[in-house]
Write a protein that binds this ligand. Structure first.
Ligand code: MN
Length: 134
């Protein structure tokens, strides 16, 4: 897939989006929706590969599940935000819990925005568009 694709409307520029989500159905849903909107997507199911994959892929946006096996998405966000060039990449967190303490922890780690699961497509794409500057 070309790295800088211009879609048919002439003004939409494809963004590179890293999708970190261990749940197969959610990961497929996020990736399908983003691809349908013209974006280039790299899925990561294993939280241990996030930083290395992000360095390689150099994403414009990271979608970050918070509940990952063996590692917290909050810690991964903090690690991204402490990582040179990656620190500038906006992070959209998605979480099954939406308690006030959780939101503060997630935002405190550096996430630009967050959505509670179950995630609906409309708010999801609205958040993506806002974070990639469309
Ligand atoms: Mn999960």
């Amino acid at each position: 897939m070309p790295r800088c694709q211009i879609a048919g409307d002439g003004k939409h520029v494809a963004k590179r989006i890293l999708v970190v989500e261990d749940n197969d159905l959610n990961r497929k849903l996020f990736c399908d929706v983003l691809k349908a909107n013209g974006h280039e997507v790299v899925p990561v199911a294993d939280g241990n590969n996030v930083i290395a994959t992000a360095r390689k892929f150099a994403p414009d946006l990271v979608i970050m599940d918070i509940q990952l096996p063996g590692v917290s998405g909050v810690d991964l966000i903090a690690e991204l935000k402490d990582n040179g060039d990656l620190a500038k990449v906006p992070v959209l967190a998605v979480t099954a819990y939406a308690g006030k303490g959780d939101e503060e922890r997630i935002r405190g780690a550096g996430a630009e925005d967050y959505l509670a699961k179950p995630v609906s497509i409309g708010p999801f794409m609205a958040a993506v568009r806002r974070l990639v500057g469309e």
